[in-house]
Design a protein around this ligand. Structure first.
Ligand SMILES: [Zn+2]
Length: 310
């Protein structure tokens, strides 16, 4: 496996040198609509596993020599009207599930220090949230669904369709074909929002809003969270893997993108749109699903970001 990995890195090096970055025409972003976020709305990142790779493997013009840390997280959102998870991270069955992974993909997607969300919630005496929303149904986001058999699993209908017909290394059947899973496919039937053509608000106060980010997968979804003190966070799934993707802006490394992105041009347009949105809203914090450095700055469960409920 070591030799294979070396070959992949060398091929990556060659292609990385030859492949020009796409043109970056950043669209003018719109201001975020006002939100009436309630006191007591807060979130916590549950760190369920980690990995290490090279920066060049996650962002197109990244360093070939600088290591970067990958995080696998679940986001616990507590709103006075309800609790939810956004993504589930790596679950209790992830080692068995990973057995379905294509042999060549195992070294690329290797992970360590698994500490599932359900285990951490139980240890803290917190009841399992009744709803889980997925940024998308790739294996490292859907692994924990089997740990929450009573939860409704919310995702766009297109994502559900893609996922149940998908195959490794992106989608793992053992995670997605459990008859007991309570799928809750949804449509973005809310109004246009900050340049996005549609939205889905969850609590009627604009504090927790789902937005379509198709590209990485057909039904990729972002979660825009607004806290009572005005801070705003956009959890963007795998649209970018690293904050440098938005900062520079730059797409994922080309070979990685070929493996994981369903529609590379759509992903790139989504990245540029994120950059335009942040330029128009300088306080907006964009949180990629796997950027452990960005996660570190927010801290991890049991630490929450936002107000403690009264
Ligand atoms: Zn993904």
């Amino acid at each position: 496996m070591g030799k294979l990995l070396l070959l992949i890195v060398l091929a990556a090096l060659a292609v990385w040198r030859l492949w020009p970055l796409p043109a970056a025409v950043i669209p003018v972003g719109e201001p975020l609509p006002e939100a009436q976020a309630p006191a007591g709305l807060r979130f916590a990142l549950i760190k369920t596993g980690v990995a290490t790779t090279l920066e060049a493997m996650v962002v197109a013009d990244g360093s070939l020599f600088r290591p970067t840390r990958i995080g696998h997280i679940a986001v616990l959102v507590e709103h006075p009207q309800g609790r939810l998870l956004f993504d589930g991270g790596l679950g209790t069955q992830v080692d068995q599930q990973f057995g379905e992974m294509s042999f060549w993909a195992k070294p690329i997607f290797a992970f360590k220090h698994v500490n599932p969300a359900v285990t951490q919630l139980q240890a803290a005496g917190i009841k399992a949230p009744p709803r889980i929303f997925l940024s998308h149904a790739h294996w490292d986001h859907a692994s924990a669904l089997v740990d929450f058999p009573k939860a409704e699993i919310w995702l766009p209908a297109a994502e559900r369709e893609t996922a149940v017909n998908g195959h490794p290394p992106a989608f793992l059947p053992s995670q997605l074909n459990c008859p007991a899973t309570r799928w809750q496919p949804f449509a973005f039937d809310g109004p246009a929002y900050a340049g996005y053509p549609a939205s889905l608000g969850l609590f009627g106060d604009g504090s927790v809003v789902l937005l379509p980010l198709p590209g990485h997968t057909a039904g990729s979804t972002g979660l825009l969270l607004s806290l009572a003190d005005g801070r705003r966070y956009f959890f963007v799934g795998d649209t970018v893997w690293h904050h440098l993707g938005v900062d520079r802006p730059a797409p994922k490394f080309s070979l990685s993108s070929l493996i994981v992105d369903a529609d590379r041009e759509a992903v790139w347009q989504a990245v540029l749109k994120l950059r335009g949105l942040r330029d128009a809203n300088p306080g907006l914090v964009i949180v990629p699903a796997h950027d452990a450095g960005a996660h570190d700055t927010l801290g991890y469960f049991p630490k929450f970001v936002g107000e403690t409920p009264p």
